[in-house]
Design a protein around this ligand. Structure first.
Ligand SMILES: *[C@@H]1O[C@H](CO)[C@@H](O)[C@H](O)[C@H]1NC(C)=O
Ligand SMILES: *[C@@H]1O[C@H](CO)[C@@H](O)[C@H](O)[C@H]1NC(C)=O
Ligand SMILES: *[C@@H]1O[C@H](CO)[C@@H](O)[C@H](O)[C@H]1NC(C)=O
Ligand SMILES: *[C@@H]1O[C@H](CO)[C@@H](O)[C@H](O)[C@H]1NC(C)=O
Length: 500
């Protein structure tokens, strides 16, 4: 009975493969992110040779190599390095050209470390691939891609090629498994082109389903929200070069809030540069930050390593879905419109009301958004002035996006005209707070920031009716408590500012 024997063998082989897959799939994994202090070229306004460009990139990759080896030594399955981490950011379209490589579609099934000559010279991809392969770790990096085009394509730039800000991922064998072209370029990124369409880049591993995007992408719907909500990825990989913008958009504050609001793991690796106020990297889970790094004192890089659930949606602690306006819409008491004034947060005109008493209930409305706060300060400090603020409108500076924001924040000084300006320290702790708003969107990111730009893991909770509340009182003085809402349907269409 040879045929049935064959069948038998096939059947048991299937069983074996299935059980091997079961054993192979991990419930948790170890993630690493590296905040890298990028070594910059002395003059990026002047054209350089490909050899000189590679020398600078190798110096940066020498530093990344030490971090990647250390991450692997600590058992990490994957390590994320920052946007612009291999060559920096101050370039023109011409001067960045020698730094670019043609990066193929991962479908070509390529291990640059094993087969470096298969395409045009690609020393950066080869080295990243070898770092991944030699250390048996997934490596996530950001580099530049160039793609030739010609006049048969009306979008083709005059110099005959596209230049893309690109994330690459090499698996633990060194194979290229993901390539993502940044869709929402920041206004200053004139050296790069916008891809024609947003790319939704994902890949599977034994430790979960991954999606990837870059820096300013996090403020927009495509591809960020689609990856988290439609593709339902487990973990987002996020190389960034994020300039901290208090009081609402500091890196650790906003990125950890996005992970919570979207219900995904989030691995954020920031570029380090004190002059530009770039610091703040972290390993964030849907129920709060696992570990993070914010340091304005040194110029050194820093490695974070932490365990995460491979499939957070399946884990018992996964936060329930939130109806963000449920509680606030049920409140009957209306704001007393006395003592209210206007102030600016990062170019947006907020309506503010001062918290003059050490405890109480307050409300403030702007357009369709009403923000409600119950609070009790532990002890009101004379020098700390707090306001409750509301904003409902289109933000138009450095990108156009529609916001609905409720925020309780400390003013920079006792002068009310400074409310909304960046401030890094406070002295007032709170025994309790409960903040909610009548949001028209269900995309709301809860931010709690303590004195010294520190996060508050485990000290607050988002209820399913849309309230963010303190669990135990705050262990540290409060800088701001914010519900940062994004109403994507009200955004203007995606534009191509940097393309010629
Ligand atoms: C990887 O290992 C090979 C062989 O041991 C070695 O030649 C190469 O320099 C290593 N490359 C990296 C980037 O570690
Ligand atoms: C232009 O590019 C297209 C697609 O890459 C190619 O098929 C075509 O041959 C090119 N035309 C010329 C004139 O080079
Ligand atoms: C990866 O896994 C996800 C969820 O487990 C699944 O939906 C998706 O189709 C898989 N993708 C690939 C390319 O295998
Ligand atoms: C930070 O960036 C600025 C502007 O690009 C640059 O002049 C400065 O040298 C950088 N600092 C460090 C420590 O690299």
């Amino acid at each position: 009975p040879v045929p049935s024997c064959t069948l038998q063998a096939r059947a048991s082989a299937v069983v074996l493969v299935l059980s091997a897959l079961e054993a192979w799939a991990l419930d948790s994994y170890i993630a690493a992110v590296y905040e890298h202090s990028v070594l910059l070229s002395e003059d990026t306004e002047k054209p350089t040779s490909p050899e000189e460009a590679l020398m600078l990139m190798d110096r940066n990759m020498d530093v990344l190599e030490v971090a990647i080896k250390e991450a692997a030594r600590q058992g990490a399955h994957i390590v994320v390095t920052p946007e612009d981490g291999i060559y920096g950011w101050v370039f023109t379209r011409e001067t960045i050209y020698p730094y670019l490589e043609g990066i193929p579609d991962p479908q070509v099934d390529w291990i640059p470390c094993a087969d470096p000559e298969r395409f045009a010279p690609s020393p950066v991809q080869k080295r990243l691939s070898c770092l991944a392969r030699n250390n048996s770790i997934y490596v996530v990096a950001n580099m530049g891609d160039k793609k030739p085009c010609n006049s048969s394509d009306p979008r083709c730039p005059a110099d005959g090629h596209y230049q893309y800000n690109t994330n690459v991922v090499f698996d633990s064998e060194g194979k290229l498994v993901a390539r993502y072209h940044k869709y929402n370029l920041f206004v200053t990124e004139k050296q790069f082109n916008y891809p024609k369409y947003p790319e939704f880049v994902t890949f599977n591993t034994s430790f979960g389903y991954f999606g990837i995007f870059t820096c300013a992408d996090i403020l927009f719907h495509d591809p960020a929200v689609v990856l988290a909500s439609r593709f339902q990825v487990d973990t987002i990989l996020f190389p960034t070069a994020w300039v901290n913008t208090l009081p609402l958009l500091s890196a650790v504050q906003f990125h950890s809030a996005w992970a919570m609001g979207m219900g995904v793991n989030f691995l954020s690796a920031n570029t380090r540069n004190s002059t530009l106020d770039m610091t703040g990297s972290g390993i964030y889970a849907p129920d709060g930050p696992r570990t993070y790094y914010y340091n304005t004192e040194t110029e050194n890089g820093h490695l974070l390593v932490k365990e995460l659930s491979s499939h957070p949606r399946r884990s018992p602690g996964y936060p329930p879905a939130v109806n963000w306006k449920l509680y606030a819409s049920s409140i009957k008491w209306l704001p007393s419109n006395d003592h209210y004034f206007s102030g600016v947060i990062y170019h947006d005109l907020f309506s503010f009301t001062e918290l003059t008493e050490p405890e109480g209930n307050r409300a403030i409305c702007q357009k369709d958004l009403c923000c409600h706060l119950s609070y009790k300060m532990t002890e009101k400090q004379k020098d700390d002035i707090y306001v409750l603020g509301a904003f409902d409108g289109l933000h138009v500076v450095e990108g156009e996006y529609y916001l609905q924001v409720c925020t309780l924040l400390k003013c920079r000084s006792t002068d009310l005209s400074t409310c909304g300006q960046p401030v890094e320290t406070a002295q007032t702790k709170f025994d309790m707070f409960s903040l909610s708003g009548t949001f028209g969107t269900n995309y709301v990111f809860p931010e709690i920031l303590y004195s010294g730009v520190q996060l508050a893991p485990g000290e607050f909770e988002v209820l399913s009716d849309g309230r963010v509340i303190s669990r135990t009182g705050t262990s540290e003085p409060v800088l701001s408590i914010t519900l940062f809402g994004r109403w994507y349907e009200k955004d203007p269409p995606h534009t191509e500012r940097a393309s010629p």
